[in-house]
Design a protein around this ligand. Sequence first.
Ligand code: TYD
Length: 202
Amino acid sequence: MPFCTFEGIEGSGKSTQAARFAARFGARALLTREPGGTELGRGVRELLLTKHPHPVAAAAESLLFFADRAQHVSERLRPALAAGQVVICDRYVESSLAYQGYGRGLDLDALQRIAAFATGGLRPDLILLLDLPVEAGLSRARSRAGGPDRLEAEDVAFHERVRAGYHAMAAADPARWRVVDATGGEDEVAARVAAAAGEWPR
Ligand code: TYD
């Protein structure tokens, strides 16, 4: 099934690159994102990214991301795939594994089981990891208007664990993952993304 996701740390430029990549497929593409790809999900996204007076429990955080995802899979991703569209999603299950698993230290096997439950087993056939050093990503992200959201405001060590987690997953499953150097200009990175995707979808 033609389902591709973009992954990466904050400031990796994946949203821009996902949009450019989707443009290659014209009206055949569904470009979407998590969290917040549905109406329900936009409410969940607000809960997840705003700061709360009490620390958000890691399990609660992960289940909210999966609630957003379950709705997204059911309302948008599966119908689009069934209609023959090419689906390009900015973040998916691998974000939960990287951020809540590797970043927060939640059990990866438990997250995999929750993922299977929430998505009914829908997984991307291509994962493009836009990779760059944490400091470079955070300084890009922090230069955006509005200030850091709750996850961007985590310390550098957290983002280093997320990035290392992405590397570990990519190394373990090279058939699905492509690691793309996300340093440099937008056009340069877009050319690397196109080269990494090759003839996808076959
Ligand atoms: P978003 O504004 O979409 O960030 P970005 O532009 O970096 O994609 O916010 C998503 C934030 O939520 C981002 O910090 C990554 C985090 N996240 C998780 O921690 N787990 C998840 O499962 C997902 C989908 C996102």
